[in-house]
Design a binder for this molecule. Structure first.
Ligand SMILES: [Fe+2]
Length: 621
């Protein structure tokens, strides 16, 4: 018998569809659709994610009190229409390309949504729970503030675009979230970054973090050019783009031939060799992005006087900018929504209804821990019971042994210290783009080989990309120049001076990715070429099993750090089920797999009948 109030939030039809469920204002489930369909950034109606959310509380859709969508399609339509009209006739081609989709699916989104929901519920549209709509940036802001540990905070949202806003600022206080000011389309820091993502040959809306990873190989030679020609940046951080260099209003690409002229030729072809030009461009746009974020955050601080800052929107996944903001900015505390992109809009929209529409008060997490926010460590996805794991593993003919906790942790720690690469699957799946020890591939950060082994034999991805460390929370400042919690791997920090190994001048002159092969620290697998690392602090209260494993590894080796990369291969969404995990394990050169207390040794597995290779199954990201 249901007694609580349930609100279901949905984000869909743009990228990263997701669903989230609030029970009396507390998030009890959230997941991205891509994890179920195995299609990265799946933007379709999130029926699987919704079904999952309902299962967690044993509900039918009819039991939900209110359903809410994360943006307002009519306002978005108005923005498209106005943009195309103001760029006519140049915009006509993309207008024609985009409009049929819009007219069919998005303009009538309310009826499309109702149709999908009623199919899922097996009822008539009019029997569905009430369907509400929140605004896009309001959803982002709510996802950041309402789930943060702060009673009061300034809130900054930065993304590509939703309806009109691309940058928005808010003041959060208790259960209220008041809008302050915004910057509107086409002036967008997210779209500027995406334009460079496109120009350097990476995929827009997914390759942005690759561009960020490439930046330390280059010099910011073009930063002045960007500020002279493309971006009119004011002292207070507000900005305007010079639209004559961009094509996203009028055409089907991000940049145009005038842009090419500024940067010495056409965009890099995807998958072709990276040159110094792309590295210098990456460094330049990164520096400019950091400057904009710092100035905006400063202005917001001057205006509000708040000591806490919350961030959301796709740009908030730029953890290098976040790290600088933490070290150089005016705020005492910064909290970032782990699902900062549009997936997080689902959870934010639901909170908008609970606090705004239903006018319910907001409770903070009373737990006295540095990770005590309201996201439960972002472990909000499916979890599997032993019987279910056994059934799935047996169905694939997997060979396993069951270990008790103590043996499991000590054995896994020993195998890690022997330089094995291990698939680590336990607890609930993470919500958001980062694996945080629930669906991770882990290794020994002290190993000189680990970085290239993981890139080439496990992930099959570009070799310039570094890996991230998970560190025991208590020991974060022993390894990194950071003492704030970073449970969601959203801050980059410099590695401690004494762990660094100085390179010779000759070595420093090496080109691009050759640099990454040099052992530049005691923890080479997680040290980027500029001695930085994308840190995850691991906390006993939010992920006790991962914490236990790190403790066991520390006891054995003295090292309180592990390499943590997401459990997937390139182009594949992070694994969700034990079946996904086993398939990924068997298709790569991973040595061992741990699924809760099930322990699997690659050498003991039957020959894997290679159904389809992952290269055919997953499109490159
Ligand atoms: Fe967004």
């Amino acid at each position: 018998m249901k007694s609580a109030t349930y609100i279901l939030g949905i984000s869909a039809y743009y990228h990263d569809s997701a669903a989230a469920l609030l029970k009396d204002g507390e998030v009890v489930a959230a997941a991205q659709q891509e994890r179920f369909t195995r299609k990265k950034h799946d933007a379709g109606f999130p029926d699987d994610a919704i079904r999952y959310c309902l299962e967690v509380e044993d509900l039918r859709l009819a039991d939900i009190d209110r359903i809410v969508f994360y943006d307002k399609p009519l306002i978005k339509f108005e923005r498209l229409l106005e943009t195309y009209l103001s760029y006519a006739p140049n915009g006509f081609r993309s207008f024609v390309a985009a409009m049929p989709v819009w007219l069919k699916e998005k303009l009538y989104l309310k009826s499309v949504l109702k149709k999908e929901l009623s199919e899922l519920a097996g009822c008539k549209p009019k029997e569905l729970p009430p369907l509400l709509f929140a605004e896009h940036h309001q959803s982002h802001a709510a996802s950041a503030f309402f789930f943060s540990p702060f009673e009061r905070a300034a809130v900054l949202c930065l993304d590509g675009v939703g309806e009109w806003a691309t940058t928005s600022t808010w003041l959060g206080n208790g259960a209220s979230l008041e809008p302050l000011w915004e910057i509107d389309f086409p002036h967008s820091l997210g779209l500027l970054y995406s334009a460079f993502t496109y120009f350097t040959g990476f995929k827009v809306n997914s390759g942005e973090y690759k561009l960020m990873g490439l930046a330390p190989y280059g010099q910011p030679k073009y930063a002045d050019l960007i500020l002279d020609k493309l971006l009119d940046l004011k002292e207070d951080g507000t900005f305007r783009l010079d639209m004559q260099y961009f094509n996203y209003c009028a055409g089907l690409t991000m940049t145009n031939s005038r842009f090419d002229e500024l940067f010495g030729g056409p965009p890099r072809k995807p998958e072709s060799d990276l040159t110094q030009r792309e590295m210098d461009i990456a460094a330049s746009i990164q520096v400019v992005t950091e400057e904009v974020v710092l100035r905006l955050a400063n202005t917001l601080h001057e205006e509000t006087g708040e000591k806490n800052l919350c961030l959301a929107g796709g740009v908030a996944l730029n953890c290098v900018a976040n790290g600088r903001l933490l070290r150089e900015g005016p705020y005492e505390n910064i909290w970032i929504q782990p699902a900062a992109g549009d997936a997080g809009g689902a959870i934010g929209a639901a909170a908008v209804v609970w606090h705004g529409y239903d006018e319910q008060p907001r409770k903070l997490n009373s737990n006295n821990s540095p990770a005590a926010d309201r996201m439960h460590g972002s472990y909000l996805g499916p979890k599997y019971a032993p019987e279910q794991i056994r059934t799935e593993l047996d169905a694939m003919g997997a060979k396993y042994t069951l270990l008790d906790d103590e043996t499991l942790f000590s054995k896994t720690a020993q195998l890690l210290a022997d330089e094995n690469v291990i698939g680590w699957f336990q607890g609930r799946m993470e919500f958001g783009p980062r694996a945080l020890g629930g669906r991770s591939i882990i290794g020994d950060p002290r190993s000189a080989e680990m970085q290239s082994v993981m890139n080439l034999k496990i992930k099959y991805r570009e070799s310039f990309r570094p890996f991230a460390p998970s560190v025991l929370w208590e020991r974060v400042s022993d390894y990194f120049e950071q003492d704030a919690p970073s449970p969601y791997m959203l801050f980059v920090a410099p590695l401690h001076q004494e762990l660094r190994i100085a390179l010779t001048d000759e070595q420093e002159q090496l080109f691009g990715t050759e640099k990454l092969k040099l052992k530049r620290s005691q923890l080479p697998a997680i040290t980027h070429v500029d001695y930085s690392a994308r840190v995850q602090t691991v906390h006993e209260d939010t992920n006790p099993r991962y914490y236990e494993l790190l403790k066991a590894f520390e006891q054995l080796t003295g090292c309180g750090v592990l390499v943590n990369t997401s459990f997937n291969v390139r182009g594949e969404p992070i694994v969700c089920t034990p079946t996904d995990a086993y398939r990924c394990f068997m298709r790569t050169e991973m040595d061992y797999l741990v699924v809760e207390n099930f322990f699997l040794d690659k050498k003991e597995q039957p020959v894997w009948e290679n159904d389809t290779s992952w290269q055919d199954e997953f499109e490159l990201d």
